[in-house]
Design a protein around this ligand. Structure first.
Ligand SMILES: CC(C)(COP(=O)(O)OP(=O)(O)OC[C@H]1O[C@@H](n2cnc3c(N)ncnc32)[C@H](O)[C@@H]1OP(=O)(O)O)[C@@H](O)C(=O)NCCC(=O)NCCS
Length: 160
């Protein structure tokens, strides 16, 4: 598996990952109405491209196939974290999480934070995140339960 940075032209493949992750994986934990609001089939692709270009995610590839993506903003906030609906529990999320931790270490960040879906909370907990507070953001008129999770990072060793 290769993890690389986002490249222009990835946008449509990343939408397929986002869409299938929500419709095939998160659908276990959310109602049909919630899933349709979170990832509508008629998502505006111009808005999508703008959003994905703004967050500049890391992209996971198996061969030529994009199978997952996740971002980390310069302040340690993780906005998107999705693995293709056809590829759960194959270690793709863990590779993306490791890449995020490498990036955080290289920037000297002291914490990572994310608003995490019910589906992803066990995965984030496994990677050392703890729930700070629960939230019910309204997305396209529908409440989607999530949780703010954070992880403190060890400070870099002091130089001599
Ligand atoms: C959460 C998600 C990113 C995990 O990606 P993944 O590639 O399946 O994760 P990994 O294979 O690296 O999983 C590592 C471990 O995390 C835990 N884990 C992963 N998914 C889990 C789940 N749905 N329930 C419980 N534990 C889970 C398991 O311990 C797993 O190890 P195991 O498979 O050996 O038991 C993926 O399921 C996903 O995209 N979910 C839907 C979209 C979503 O909710 N994204 C988050 C938005 S904030």
């Amino acid at each position: 598996m290769e993890i690389r940075r986002f490249k222009p032209g990835d946008e449509a493949a990343l939408f397929r990952v986002y869409f299938t992750a929500i419709h095939e994986l998160a659908s276990r934990d959310y109602s049909h109405e919630q899933i349709a609001a979170w990832a509508p089939a008629n998502f505006d692709m111009v808005l999508w491209a703008n959003r994905i270009q703004a967050i500049q995610p890391f992209v996971a590839l198996l061969g030529n196939d994009i199978v997952g993506y996740a971002d980390m903003q310069p302040d340690g906030y993780i906005d998107h974290f999705f693995v293709s609906g056809s590829r759960p529990r194959q270690g793709i999320g863990t590779r993306l999480m490791s890449r995020i931790h490498e990036e955080a270490a290289s920037l000297g960040l002291s914490e990572l934070r994310s608003r995490v879906s019910k589906t992803a909370q066990p995965f984030f907990a496994l990677h050392g995140f703890r729930i700070v507070e629960r939230g019910f953001p309204i997305v396209r008129g529908v409440a989607l339960e999530n949780a703010l999770m954070r992880k403190g990072l060890a400070p870099p060793p002091r130089g001599i």
